[in-house]
Design a protein around this ligand. Sequence first.
Ligand code: UGA
Length: 457
Amino acid sequence: MSDQQIAGWGFEVSNIAIVGAGHVGVVYAAGLAELGHRVKVVDVNAKRLAMLRQGRIWFYEPGLPELLARGLARHRIEFSSSYATGLAKARFVFVCVPTPTTAEGNLDDSFLRSALTSILANTRAPWPVVVNKSTVPVGTGDVAARLFDGEDMHVVSNPEFLAEGRAVEDFFHPSRIVIGSRNRIAGEAVASLYAPLRVPVVHTDPVTAEFSKLAANAFLATKVSFANVLSRIGESVGADGDGLAKALSLDPRIGAGHLRAGLGFGGSCLPKDLAAIEQLARRYTESSALFAAVAGVNRAQRARVVELLLERFGALGDRRIALLGATFKANTDDLRESPALALANQLDELHAKVIVYDPVAAAQLRTVAPNLEVARSSLAAVRGADAAIVATEWPEFATLDLSEVRRAMRGSLLVDGRGIFDVESAHRAGLDYFSFSTAGVRPAETEERLQAVAVAS
Ligand code: UGA
């Protein structure tokens, strides 16, 4: 965005420091720079910083390299490994550090605490406003504020709602901005940073803002599990999952997102935040059964595929199983909590020969799953395979010629774990097709079950 355009919005550009050059920090750095702000990013990882200075990003995020390049070319973004340098002159310090899950299912806020301590040690009056974007245990904002007791330093909770693979789009077109602050002026100052985005802003307290982030992810996880249970019922009664999802999605109270049935949800956010909210429900309500069931349904989706293969082959020893996709969803190279990778490892434990192809995650795969064979293309993966599984919905898989796939395979089973093909094309190619979202996959069996339902009623 040009300086003239920005001037037209009547908002002030600010000096912003961002702590953490991860999936969130880099997107916010490049996005805020595009809005006109001057951004300095602080991280302890010198290797990542060196890459970022050259405009190279250590993870895959469509559109982000171009956005970063624009910020660098306009001298609006700098990177530093020193808090003192990075925080000098900052009016706002965005905290974008990871909060992984502890063994008990809680969110681990140790990186956040250490970042806050460093911020306190490296800033002085006039104090910057600390803006927390990390997903944190509910109540953290108030705990953090107490760290700064005695100083006139405000901590504002401003959760991020960026989905990987579309984070740039989400930055510029968010559905809402949530600002949790005990101080009205600090909250409004943070909101004004985003003024050019012209989106609804929810002003609330830090606890509510933090809880709203957990709640949103837990709801999305629940929606995916709901869609997965419906697809299991649909499989038996002969309902078409895609048609069902469409019919539901047109109801504005339900909405279109996260209704795709398949291998289940993964990634660094939904499973983690679901576990955290389950902990809260266990602690503060009579039952955490809802969230436990959501997690259970999610695990069952993968188990269903294993079951299907066992039904088909008896045992999996020496069976070649091709897995198309390893990342937790398309358009990211993130393998964290990936349902695809978990399934690959489960099959490997059952002594299947698993060959994986992923368009962007091959290098990481060799490091995190050295037990799996990594192929260079979809066709190389399916060559000689007894079964092929679509485990991630990468767009390039949808363009595969299924007849060619069938000819390359030894067997004929295609498990479409992400619902990207249709049953007719798969059958035309001579494949036995299973999908979570398509009814009529096993016509004889479906017919039998329908008759049983008819007789029973
Ligand atoms: C999620 C939220 O969508 C973001 O709003 C949030 O900011 C982010 O977590 C976060 O906490 O930082 P993300 O983890 O990138 O974003 O991924 P999603 O797009 O939500 O997908 C999560 C999982 O659900 C994926 O494994 C995906 O394949 C699965 N999914 C999604 C389905 O199985 N079906 C669907 O219909 C949609």
